[in-house]
Design a protein around this ligand. Structure first.
Ligand SMILES: [Zn+2]
Length: 437
């Protein structure tokens, strides 16, 4: 199967990023065969499929480094009682109730929806962090099925936790799943957070990660309470505890890292672990600001995730950019750093945890591409692309999404699954979950 993406501004990204406008991309057997001038490539190739990209930016598809698919069913959920007043109450009164009510069907449908939304937002790889305390064994297979049906790639894990005494079961599911991954669905060892994971569970998690050469994906110091409880129970900081247990290495994902000190930053840097920034979620939970530019400037791999708030990476990047300027009270910061986190660090982090190669359109590489509605009103070139990205493509609408050479969305129509039917079934499954809560 061959595809010729015709027209539009082709932005390759990566080292020596090029802009070819009007450009074209010829894809054969899932790989990018040639990138070039529209006229030249049209003459040279007869493609089985033509994808029109006139008045669009043709760019590498995006990577989301921290999502919670199951959060879909929190939309519109009303739990009786006073609204949660702090982070502990947000978890206990809302998220832990929701995940505890999930069963196979609801895990499957709550995953299909954000996967479709990821494709709609030009995202072709998602690192997910799942929790479902009453249905842990086999839970990751439900998500895997959804990923494969939609046709994207994903790295899955179960957030192991002792909060309801089910840490052992979480370990069992993690070990089982890491032995049952596939070409498009890989695994990590997930931990909820330091304050809900006992010593035995923590040590066993590290053993499993070592056994499968997998990374550990864990929320770190999202709220001050994680540090407080960890300090009281174990006499050390969150990052120190994880370092001592052997959690930290280049494959680990430390999510949030809001309340960490300089010692902890140094420890993260030395370990090669990545930090995932989730600006919308942090603002929504009012848990504070992670000084991500400090981490970035220390050459820690900082990536951007959505933490279940949305599946739009361009939206999340813009939010991170504006918040950084506001928090640092400095209009000179963030312009290079924040887009770099999304466009370069996220693919780099994905490569570290799953070995997949994304983030550039390059001859010989798998075709993971998004075409985005954007007709530049001013000259667009390799030097000013970030300015267009941050200020022009502010409400971006992705037109088509290609994963490994397969068109998952063509001109805003999802091609792989029946979207209408899935949303209808998701609404029914969500109602059942809400009734259980
Ligand atoms: Zn999270």
């Amino acid at each position: 199967m061959s595809i010729l993406i015709e027209g539009g501004a082709v932005v390759t990204l990566g080292k020596n990023s090029r802009v070819i406008n009007p450009g074209a991309v010829f894809i054969e057997k899932g790989l990018v065969k040639e990138i070039g001038d529209l006229k030249e490539l049209k003459q040279k190739y007869t493609a089985a499929d033509i994808l029109d990209a006139k008045n669009k930016v043709v760019m590498p598809s995006f990577v989301n480094t921290h999502h919670h698919f199951y959060s879909t069913f929190a939309r519109g959920l009303n739990i009786p009682g006073d609204p949660p007043a702090n982070f502990g109450e947000i978890l206990e009164n809302m998220w832990w109730k929701l995940d505890d009510a999930l069963l196979a069907e609801s895990i499957y449908y709550s995953s299909l929806v954000p996967l479709i939304e990821s494709a709609r937002n030009g995202v072709t790889a998602v690192i997910d962090h799942h929790e479902s305390q009453s249905y842990q064994l086999g839970s990751l297979d439900e998500i895997k099925k959804a990923v494969e049906e939609v046709g994207l790639k994903s790295v899955l894990c179960l957030g192991i936790s002792d909060r309801f005494g089910k840490g052992k079961e979480g370990l069992e599911e993690s070990r089982r799943f890491l032995g049952a991954t596939s070409e498009n669905v890989k695994g990590m060892v997930g931990l909820h957070a330091s304050f809900t994971v006992d010593e035995d569970t923590l040590n066993e998690s590290v053993k499993i990660a070592d056994e499968f050469d997998a990374g550990i994906h864990v929320h770190c110091a999202e709220d001050l309470s994680d540090q407080k409880i960890t300090g009281e129970k174990y006499g050390k900081s969150v990052i120190r505890r994880f370092k001592d247990a052997g959690v930290l290495n280049p494959k680990s994902l430390l999510v949030h890292c809001i309340h960490i000190d300089n010692d902890e930053i140094k420890t993260i840097k030395e370990s090669g672990a990545s930090v995932i920034h989730n600006p919308e979620s942090n603002m929504n939970n009012a848990v504070g600001y992670s000084k991500v530019l400090d981490l970035y400037n220390k050459e820690i791999d900082v990536g951007i995730g959505t933490d279940g708030m949305t599946s739009s990476m361009l939206g999340q990047m813009r939010c991170a950019f504006l918040q950084a300027r506001n928090e640092y009270k400095d209009p000179t910061v963030g312009f290079m750093e924040i887009p770099d986190m999304l466009l370069n660090n996220n693919p780099k982090i994905l490569k570290k945890v799953a070995g997949w190669d994304m983030g550039t359109i390059k001859e010989g590489k798998p075709a993971n591409i998004a075409t985005v509605d954007y007709n530049p009103a001013t000259p667009l070139n390799a030097d000013n692309f970030l300015g267009h990205l941050l200020f022009g493509m502010s409400a971006p609408v992705v037109d088509s999404t290609i994963s490994e050479g397969n068109i998952i969305m063509r001109h805003k129509q999802i091609t792989t699954v029946d979207e209408e039917q899935i949303y209808a079934k998701a609404r029914k499954a969500a109602k059942k979950v809400w009734d259980r809560i």
